[in-house]
Design a protein around this ligand. Structure first.
Ligand code: HSE
Length: 356
């Protein structure tokens, strides 16, 4: 492929929380990234609606800027386009155009990948370019890599996760400090955890997209996101926490996937957890995923699920991964899923839903 590359050129589309964190890491960690990849990773172009007005980190002043994403995907020297704008409209166009123009695609966009990930991978595969999406689920926890590579030899039977940092931050603060829902949500927005429209967080839709992606990775099935049962945290109150405490339990927004002979049960909902459960100890914006394999049994993954830098690390890692693939001269790209092909989703009947 591009074996004679002397640097990896990156275009960033979107400079919000995740884009800003990604840019900071690409600049500050430039030296080590070059040692890891073997060639320098250069940011060749920045794109956002406010790119000409915003203050950029030191070292980024000389990077070309544009407000038109088409300039990034058409840039002849750019090897990797990172889509960090979110949503499913323009974001989808950016990835498709990047792949069609022979660029690798990297995205942090869970909504897009939950709804269109398989089609986009198909396009990437046809164009012979990598497509990577680690940052779309659980921020700084490399759960995609775990499912795709680390424990690919196992057969996953169940999974439970705290996949929304904003909800976990809100629930923890309500429980610990007795703070009100709106006040904590405003803080989560300030800290860069919450989605542009925070109802995606508090009504569970963000977590639902992430569960759909993890289900595809873990169980090899194509799950229509709308089919996943979802219930957000708006109705959780201080009274619920005091009853939970009397029972030595706590409340977390839990994403659960369980495979049985009846099918796959998937749900996102506030769940009572015994205080002794490992997931109950996950506080603040942290995320965690418990995975149960038929052979390896339990594994548990923990880390910051939201925020510009933890999510930025996942994006930058994907950029390095894409660079390695481009340098490897392989014709067949490594799929962002664990299964070569995803099968149809066979939902389990709701009465089979159990707590993990
Ligand atoms: N709003 C998301 C969260 C950001 O709070 O988890 C990371 O996907």
């Amino acid at each position: 492929m591009i074996a004679d590359m002397d640097s990896l050129k990156v275009g960033l589309v979107g400079l919000g929380n995740v884009g800003g964190g990604t840019l900071q890491i690409l600049i500050e960690n430039k030296e080590q990234l070059a040692h890891k990849l073997g060639i320098p990773v250069d940011v060749a172009m920045l794109c956002s609606r406010s790119v000409h007005r915003r203050k950029l980190p030191a070292g980024a002043e000389s990077i070309a800027r544009t407000t038109d994403w088409r300039e990034v995907v058409a840039h002849p020297e750019i090897d990797v386009v990172a889509e960090l704008i979110g949503g499913t409209g323009v974001a989808s166009e950016v990835i498709e155009a990047a792949l069609a123009n022979g660029k690798a695609g990297v995205t942090a966009n869970k909504e897009l990948m939950a709804k269109r990930g398989v089609d986009l991978w198909q396009k990437a595969s046809e164009s012979g370019r990598p497509l990577a999406m680690e940052a779309s689920v659980a921020g700084g926890i490399p759960i995609h890599t775990v499912l795709r590579e680390g424990i690919v030899g196992d057969r996953i039977e169940a999974m439970a996760g705290i996949l929304n940092g904003t909800c976990n931050f809100i629930l923890t603060e309500m429980e610990k400090a007795g703070r009100g829902f709106d006040e904590v949500l405003a803080e989560a927005q300030q800290l860069g955890y919450a989605e542009a429209d925070p109802s995606a967080d508090v009504d569970g839709y963000d977590a639902r997209s992430k569960l759909a992606i993890l289900a595809a990775l873990a169980f090899g099935c194509r799950v229509p996101v709308e089919d996943i049962y979802v219930e957000g945290i708006r109705r959780v109150s201080d009274v619920d926490f005091s009853y939970a405490a009397q029972l030595r339990h706590t409340i977390r927004l839990l994403c659960v996937a369980r495979l049985s002979s009846e099918g796959l049960a998937l749900s996102v909902r506030p769940t009572l957890l015994p205080k002794s459960a490992i997931l109950a100890s996950v506080s603040g914006s942290y995320n965690a995923v418990w995975v149960k394999g038929a052979y390896g049994s339990d594994t548990f993954y923990y880390g910051r699920g939201a925020g510009p830098l933890p999510t930025g690390v996942a994006v930058v890692s994907d950029i390095v991964h894409a660079g390695r693939e481009l340098l490897s001269c392989r014709q067949n790209r490594v799929s962002p899923y664990s299964f070569r092909q995803l099968s149809a989703y066979r939902p389990a009947p709701p009465e089979s839903f159990k707590q993990p």
